[in-house]
Write a protein of this length. Structure first.
Length: 163
């Protein structure tokens, strides 16, 4: 039996297994991602992709579908956790939900983070939930350009070459 301060508790792996089917799927995925991010032992049966939100998962899927090299996911750089990092290419990507990035403090924190990442030599790209959902072609072209490739982008019917 596992206990904490004398109180019987379940392990993180057991708690997450018990949540499966008892809560909505998105809540279970979030609990799993957060436990993995905190480096809790989830046992061999539970495997995730390192993302902490559905938006991050959607971005990672976009990368896979478009054939981008696999990024590091939720890694620390200079004291900051970066959503996605292509270390060799010098590119960091942050994916932003409005709900978590609104207000003065979040706005300032995002800009402090971007400046710190640039001071470490990274080109910082930010993509919103709306951009990923409604403008994925443009996001893919922008990322391809950042990673050193050329891509044609169509914005309102006009073609541009991203370099």
């Amino acid at each position: 039996m596992t206990s904490r301060k004398g109180i019987p508790v379940t392990t993180p792996a057991r708690t997450i297994a018990d949540l499966k089917g008892a809560v909505p799927e998105w809540q279970w995925r979030r609990a799993m991602r957060q436990a993995e991010f905190k480096k809790l032992d989830l046992g061999p049966a539970i495997e995730t992709d390192g993302t902490r939100s559905d938006l991050e998962r959607d971005f990672l899927r976009l990368c896979r579908r478009r054939g981008f090299p696999a990024p590091e996911v939720n890694v620390e750089v200079g004291g900051w956790t970066v959503d996605f990092l292509w270390r060799e290419q010098g590119v960091a990507v942050e994916t932003d939900f409005f709900d978590y990035h609104r207000g003065r403090i979040a706005f300032q924190d995002d800009h402090v983070r971007d400046l710190a990442l640039r001071s470490h030599g990274f080109d910082v790209r930010r993509y919103s939930e709306q951009q990923l959902n409604e403008r994925s072609e443009e996001v893919a072209a922008d990322l391809r350009a950042a990673l050193g490739g050329r891509a044609e982008v169509r914005i309102s019917g006009t073609a541009f070459i991203a370099r």
